[in-house]
Design a protein around this ligand. Structure first.
Ligand code: FES
Length: 576
């Protein structure tokens, strides 16, 4: 009670509720209209439950129930819970890509938190871009916040086959195109691949980013691995509500404890998990909101030292439920030992080392010891060279090893539509040695840098048994995808990066060991192509698309809007 009385003076929400002027009268009378009396809010931290749910958001289908659990926790701790719905970014349904809208969610969250009488927040997300979007927004609003991960869905099933989100869609789609499974088989897979609420249960972008959020210290310990359908998940939601009240009373914002070390720990965890390449873009964007210097080089450096020890698809064998049963992320982090810096603070005020001190590995095939990894080096490699002066990435742990060093002739597609129309055109010479190039798929070109980077292998090659090829694009790739796909080529082709100058037949060399990606064409030839190149017409003449095209940064910079980066103070709203 003592806490709450002193909080009444310092709480941000008291500017709205505790004054004696006409505006405060308005706020209190309208709170009364909502059915609240002073007993609900006076002197209590107002906790926003930021809920990225909508009716087409299967990964967050359990959020209406979880909101009640969070609300219960907030009330138990003496706070005043209020729900604020936010853009859902439903990965399966939102087009052209949720990535186009990550920054819109971040803007919405930042401005919602700042412009209302809110003292703290529980950020409910998990489907791919919701995690970075929520954290970027709350960080920029400088709001005491805890992230509540949605949790993975239960494993999929088709007969006796365990199905993993994404990965098995691509795998069986290729089998269908190769004619090795039937329409009935395909219908069975469709019915069985997503059987419960929760985000993708492979180590896709969702599991990677919620785990990164936990490694950063922005969740309760162990929160990211709990399957959405488990009762533990509801208890974690309530605990997140209780914690948010404490954070609000202490004014403990993300900026007050996140450091470069926190981000290095998150990068280490992403590598050990065999995580999604999307994490590179999101973690850079998140760090830049806090003016913490994280670059592609940090990922490459950490990658060289950290083995992949999570045996989870697409790099490994198991799914997230097995990972949770094996001890979950705290056990994996403990296994990493000195590769992590345990002194990093976490949201509740403890250190990462304290949070994982008692974690136990219950299955050392799922969470491998450091001397028996899935891959000896980390999951990702950062490439540079004449084709990618500002960088490109490849998920080495999910690529065919023989293709990690490859030289072959380019087959160029100008955008997804062109690729879809011609990939199976037998008049185009493509063989297993070819390098498939997709351009106009970057942050501006896509637009929004869609997950088109796992270009399909031509059906005739699939039928010959070809299962992987070198593919290069300025697109992203789903974290559940696999293959020798070079992604995030920067600068992108829509800005006239070297990818725009490649012609079919040009020789390309990928040399992952030496971190090189080169277009083996003479500079004078490239110069004449550059002189003839014309910037594509803008895709949007107005609206959010035009704003995004004008503001979005390149993949190596995090694809944030330039105007949203940095930590320059934003004034608190005046209350007149
Ligand atoms: Fe939501 Fe994969 S579709 S996480």
């Amino acid at each position: 009670m003592e806490n709450q009385e002193s909080a009444e003076i310092s709480l941000r929400s008291s500017r709205w509720f505790a004054a004696t002027d006409l505006r405060s009268f308005g706020h209190r009378s309208r709170a009364a209209q909502l059915g609240y009396s002073a007993a609900d809010y006076a002197g209590k931290p107002v906790i926003a439950i930021v809920n990225t749910w909508n009716s087409l958001s299967p990964c967050h289908a359990h959020f209406p129930e979880r909101v009640e659990a969070v609300r219960r926790g907030v009330l138990q701790a003496g706070g005043f819970p209020l729900e604020f719905p936010a853009l859902s970014l439903s990965e399966p349904f939102q087009k052209p890509t949720t990535m186009l809208y990550r920054n819109l969610l971040a803007m919405e969250v930042e401005e919602t938190l700042r412009s209302h009488p809110i003292d703290g927040a529980v950020l409910m997300g998990g489907c791919d871009k919701t995690t970075p979007g929520l954290i970027m927004g709350a960080s920029s609003a400088d709001m005491p916040s805890v992230f509540m991960p949605a949790g993975p869905m239960l494993p999929g099933r088709w007969g006796n086959t365990v199905l993993g989100s994404g990965s098995d869609s691509w795998k069986f789609w290729d089998q269908k195109r190769a004619g090795t499974i039937s329409e009935d088989d395909w219908a069975g897979i469709e019915a069985g691949i997503a059987r419960s609420p929760g985000h993708c249960m492979t180590m896709g972008t969702a599991s990677t980013m919620t785990s990164a959020a936990e490694a950063l210290g922005l969740t309760l310990p162990g929160a990211a691995s709990i399957p959405a359908a488990f009762s533990d998940h509801a208890r974690m939601a309530a605990e997140s509500g209780r914690l948010a009240v404490d954070l609000a009373l202490k004014g403990r914002t993300p900026a007050s404890f996140l450091t470069k070390t926190s981000f290095e720990n998150a990068i280490t965890v992403v590598m050990a998990l065999g995580g999604s390449t999307n994490a590179i873009i999101h973690l850079i964007a998140m760090a830049r909101r806090l003016e913490i210097d994280v670059s592609l080089d940090d990922f490459d450096r950490v990658s060289r030292d950290v083995p992949v020890i999570a045996n989870i698809r697409p790099s490994g064998e198991y799914l997230m439920e097995a990972f949770y049963d094996a001890g979950g992320l705290p056990a994996l982090m403990r296994m990493l030992g000195e590769l992590l810096d345990g002194s990093a603070e976490t949201v509740a005020g403890s250190t990462l080392g304290q949070d994982i001190a008692s974690a136990t590995v219950f299955n050392n095939d799922v969470i491998r010891p450091l001397d028996n990894p899935i891959a000896g080096e980390g999951a990702l490699a950062v490439l540079r060279g004449s084709l990618a002066p500002d960088g490109a990435v490849i998920k080495t742990s999910a690529a065919t090893e023989e293709l990690l060093h490859h030289r072959g002739p380019a087959v160029v597609f100008d955008g997804y539509k062109d690729m879809k129309a011609r990939i199976d055109d037998e008049s185009i010479h493509i063989d297993a040695n070819s390098v498939l190039i997709l351009r106009d798929a970057g942050p501006i070109g896509g637009p929004g840098m869609p997950e088109w980077g796992q270009l399909p292998i031509p059906a005739r090659l699939l039928k010959q048994g070809v299962t992987d090829m070198v593919r290069i694009s300025d697109a992203r790739m789903s974290g559940t995808s696999y293959g020798a796909c070079v992604l995030h080529v920067a600068p992108e082709s829509a800005l006239g990066g070297p990818l725009a100058l490649v012609e079919t037949g040009d020789i390309i060399e990928l040399d992952t060991k030496n971190r090189r990606l080169d277009l083996l064409v003479d500079e004078d030839v490239l110069e004449s192509r550059r002189a003839a190149w014309k910037r594509p017409e803008p895709k949007y003449a107005r609206g959010y698309g035009a704003l995004a095209a004008a503001q979005i940064t390149q993949a190596n910079e995090g694809c944030d809007f330039a105007i949203l980066e940095g930590a320059a103070p934003t004034p608190e709203p005046a209350i007149y």
